[in-house]
Design a protein around this ligand. Structure first.
Ligand SMILES: [Zn+2]
Ligand SMILES: [Zn+2]
Length: 361
């Protein structure tokens, strides 16, 4: 069967033939991959800047945002049956006995750093025809979500953040009503996070580079967010433009924008970081001002990476909710579908919002 793989040592990205995987235990499930989303992480890997093959292998099969369909199940599998749609979780636990997070099944909180991630770190990904995995790593997706189920994995970023956000909001002895949120970035994570906030009844602003007349701006408005273009409102004017926000969700991946927007954070506000800045020259930021505000205003700043099985299950429920509230906006997040043959080209040329490789229907 075919797969898209990167050979970091040889600096090659190409389609290869690989043997079909076999189940090694009665708890494993064989999944036919239907669609795999492509994101910045895949582009970093295919540009040889990130990612690592499994030990002893010279190549890594790409793909970590996958929707598949169960083909066969081992005799002990209880939660899935042939025909079920599934989202495939990405991170696998480390083997370090003292890693309390992985031992508790929460490898998204792994403390040893020796976890693997399918399609990213030390384990092959899903941009291939068939995949075998333990049922505990597969999350059922209702068939009604078939056309947008590939968005479950990117949606887990905000689903996981929402759990931690709720934990922090619980510190207030009052019901936090009338909340305002500022989302930085209008990529897939930014727009999905904005949908999550709008669906929770939060007044939500999306701040991004694209003009206020652009497609992403129009999409943001279509599901009830307000769009603010960086072209019209420089960072320094953002607090005056949006007022103060109890929640800021960063999905832009640059420290200059993230910390430039921190002045818009309200007293007792929560700032969530999800982007990954690439290395470049140092920038000047007034950290004294930011630190003083964090202390005097009881602000919380936290980062979020990867996702647990629980976050995948929450993302499936959220996607169902979004499809009830604003189905066309959700569909419009997927701007391009390509065949596996065209996947290398797709990785070289980012365009639109979410690009998807279609392997089977
Ligand atoms: Zn991704
Ligand atoms: Zn661990």
């Amino acid at each position: 069967m075919r797969a898209l793989a990167v050979f970091p040592e040889r600096r090659e990205l190409r389609l290869i033939e690989v043997p079909a995987p076999a189940r090694r235990s009665e708890h494993e499930v064989t999944v036919r991959i239907r669609e795999v989303g492509v994101c910045g992480t895949d582009r970093e890997i295919s540009g040889f800047h990130y990612g690592k093959p499994a030990p002893g292998s010279e190549r890594l099969v790409l793909g970590h945002e996958a929707l598949g369909q169960v083909v066969e199940v081992g005799s002990s599998v209880r939660t899935l049956a042939p025909g079920d749609l599934v989202a495939l979780t990405v991170r696998r636990p480390c083997e370090v006995a003292t890693c309390v997070a992985c031992r508790a099944g929460r490898q998204d909180f792994c403390v040893s750093g020796e976890f693997t991630e399918r399609g990213i770190q030390g384990a092959d990904g899903f941009m291939t025809e068939l995949v075998v995995d333990h049922e505990r790593y597969l999350v059922r997706v209702p068939s009604a979500l078939a056309e947008v189920g590939v968005l479950v994995e990117p949606l887990t970023v905000s689903a996981k953040a929402a759990v931690d956000l709720d934990g922090i909001l619980r510190r207030y002895p009052w019901e936090p009503l009338g909340l305002r949120a500022l989302v930085l970035g209008a990529g897939p994570i930014g727009l999905l996070s904005a949908m999550m906030l709008v669906a929770r009844g939060v007044k939500t602003f999306v701040y991004s580079r694209e003009a206020a007349s652009g497609d992403r701006a129009e999409l943001a408005r279509s599901f009830g967010a307000e769009y603010v273009s960086a072209g019209d409102t420089p960072l320094s004017e953002l607090p005056a433009r949006v007022g103060s926000a109890e929640i800021i969700f960063e999905a832009v991946g640059t420290a200059r924008v993230a910390f430039g927007a921190v002045r818009a954070l309200a007293p007792n506000g929560v700032f969530i970081l999800s982007g990954m800045p690439s290395a470049h020259a140092p920038i000047e930021i007034d950290l004294d001002y930011i630190m003083r505000d964090i202390v005097l205003k009881n602000q919380v700043l936290f980062g979020t990476v990867n996702a647990s099985r629980g976050a995948f299950e929450a993302a499936v429920r959220q996607l169902e909710q979004f499809m009830g509230l604003f189905p066309n906006a959700v569909r419009r997040l997927i701007t391009h579908r390509a065949k596996l043959d065209d996947a290398p080209e797709l990785l070289r040329r980012p365009s639109g919002i979410k690009q998807v490789v279609q392997l089977a229907t």
